[in-house]
Ligand binder design. Structure first.
Ligand code: ITT
Length: 203
């Protein structure tokens, strides 16, 4: 079958395509389809993912996937969280957003560096019903290292690993083993959740 991927974020789109590939699904992106970006008015990741997925399913008549994700920093009471994209501003200045995280930690005199990424993955069907899948990955914030990936990847070192997401290849960041039902990144874990729920990946 064919599905829409409701994202305008190129880094996220690449990862979602890679993670959907084993399902044997052909995916067209919201960007490629020229779909507008709906306003993310929700107060939770799952709500915003549903807003984006439903808008794309409505506009295309196709089943649509959306991921709403972000970085939650313990010592900042979960910020930037659902505002992770917005902290980078309209110019998508993630260098600035990463600096702001450390500036806020300094301002609070916080030594705590625990953080986690969250991915809420919603599959919206043209008939209006939705399914929610989730993944998260815990780790700690470090001074930026590496230029792979996107967004906050350079400052996040997942537990049990020496390197940051910014220093990992896409495959390492996914860390998926479909047979074992294991993944590393929040997004990979959300797709593992999907694989348990409905579709059997080919590899
Ligand atoms: P769409 O809504 O069009 O999908 P977006 O970038 O606005 O694109 P979100 O609203 O979900 O997406 O914002 C999530 C932000 O959190 C994203 O811009 C990144 O900065 C950050 N983020 C999410 N997943 C990440 C990952 O795997 N690595 C690094 N940063 C990530």
């Amino acid at each position: 079958g064919k599905v829409a991927i409701a994202t305008h974020n190129a880094g996220k789109l690449a990862e979602m395509r890679e993670l959907l590939a084993p399902f044997g699904i052909e995916a067209v992106s919201a960007g490629e389809l020229g779909l507008p970006e709906p306003e993310e008015t929700g107060t939770m990741f799952a709500e915003n993912a549903a807003i984006k997925a439903k808008a794309a399913a409505d506009a295309t008549g196709l089943p649509a996937f959306a991921d709403d994700s972000g970085l939650c920093v313990d010592a900042l009471d979960g910020a930037p969280g659902i505002f992770s994209a917005r902290w980078a501003g309209p110019t998508k200045d993630f260098t600035g957003a990463m600096a702001r995280i450390f500036a806020e930690l300094d301002r609070r005199g916080a030594a705590e560096r625990r953080a986690h990424f969250v991915s809420a993955l919603v599959l919206a069907w043209p008939d209006g019903h939705t399914e929610l899948f989730e993944g998260r990955v815990f780790g700690e914030l470090v001074a930026a290292r590496g230029s792979a990936g996107f967004g906050y990847d350079p400052i996040f070192r997942p537990d049990g690993h020496e390197r940051t997401f910014g220093e990992m290849t896409a495959d390492e960041k996914h860390g998926v083993d479909w047979q074992k039902g294991a993944g590393l990144s929040h997004r990979a874990r959300a797709f593992i959740d999907l694989s348990r729920a409905c579709l059997a990946p080919a590899s």
